[in-house]
Design a protein around this ligand. Structure first.
Ligand code: NDP
Length: 246
């Protein structure tokens, strides 16, 4: 149960982030959702989750902008009075082979996926230290563990998240702050919708369980890591990939 726990979820209005928000809401958490902007879709999700769970708020913030991150953290702490769980889920892809990869494609992916995770964590860590508890869950990817052609930028960002996760676990374990990562495999969302059918078929052949993952598969593991059921787990990377990378 996550009753009365306050959870911040970046990219919480669609895809995997929305599924995590829904799972946490069902378990009694209060939700602070972050999206790049208060788009129609984001507001629709807000309404949907508010109807079901009550205490849900939406914040616009670009996680790659440190000032915006610090400001949104301040606003969330003022609105909810505390934060217990931070899920760094916001992420993007800008695929290309290295020789063709533009500076913008490199920077954007590292900035959103890796720096965004670092900025958000830094923005909440002081409040976690002060309250002598906190729980950070970072969404990495199996690609960060195994590499993937065309995704040098993305794989580097997701591998970076794993190093970051283990370091935060080591720095703050004695303060009762846990930090774990989830490494999803192929999950059906808008991010993967754009892949061509041939590639999807190839990927499917590598998945031992012979089915694509759903956002809910990741959300259930996030809920476990957020709860006291995983109270003795920190610095861990949990793959949710149907056996794609074994
Ligand atoms: P989606 O593309 O469906 O959603 C991405 C989310 O990230 C959106 O909510 C988006 O907000 C948010 N976001 C993107 N850029 C920023 C930014 N600069 N600041 C704030 N929020 C931002 O992706 P998924 O749900 O598929 O992916 C979620 C996470 O899971 C990502 O980190 C991804 O790398 C990871 N992952 C996904 C896999 C998959 O197969 N789908 C596999 C492995 C890992 P907005 O709605 O405002 O655009």
């Amino acid at each position: 149960m996550l009753k009365d726990q306050v959870a911040v979820i970046t990219g919480g209005t669609r895809g995997i982030g929305k599924a995590i928000a829904t799972e946490f809401g069902e378990k009694g958490a209060k939700l602070a959702l972050i999206a790049t902007k208060k788009s129609e879709k984001a507001i629709e999700t807000l309404g949907e989750l508010r109807n079901r769970f009550g205490d849900v708020r939406l914040y616009a913030c670009d996680v790659k902008e440190r000032e915006q991150v610090d400001q949104v953290a301040k606003n969330i702490l003022e609105d909810f009075k505390k934060v217990d769980i931070l899920v760094n889920n916001a992420g993007i892809t800008r695929d290309n082979l290295l020789a063709r990869m533009s500076l913008a494609e490199m920077d954007d992916v590292i900035d959103v996926n890796l720096k965004g995770t670092m900025y958000m964590s830094a923005a909440f860590i002081k409040s976690f230290v002060k309250q002598r508890s906190g729980n950070i869950i970072n969404i990495s990817s199996v690609v960060g563990m195994m590499g993937n052609p065309g995704q040098a930028n993305y794989a580097a960002s997701k591998a970076g998240i794993i190093g970051f996760t283990k370091t935060i676990a080591k720095e703050y374990g004695k303060r009762n702050i846990r930090c774990n990562a989830i490494a999803p495999g192929y999950i059906e969302t808008e991010m993967t919708k754009v892949l061509d059918e041939g590639l999807k078929k190839e990927i499917m052949e590598t998945i031992l369980l012979k089915s694509l993952g759903k956002p809910e598969d990741v959300a259930k593991v996030a809920a476990f890591l957020a709860s006291e059921d995983s109270g003795y787990i920190t610095g861990e990377v949990v793959k949710v990939d149907g056996g794609m990378y074994v």
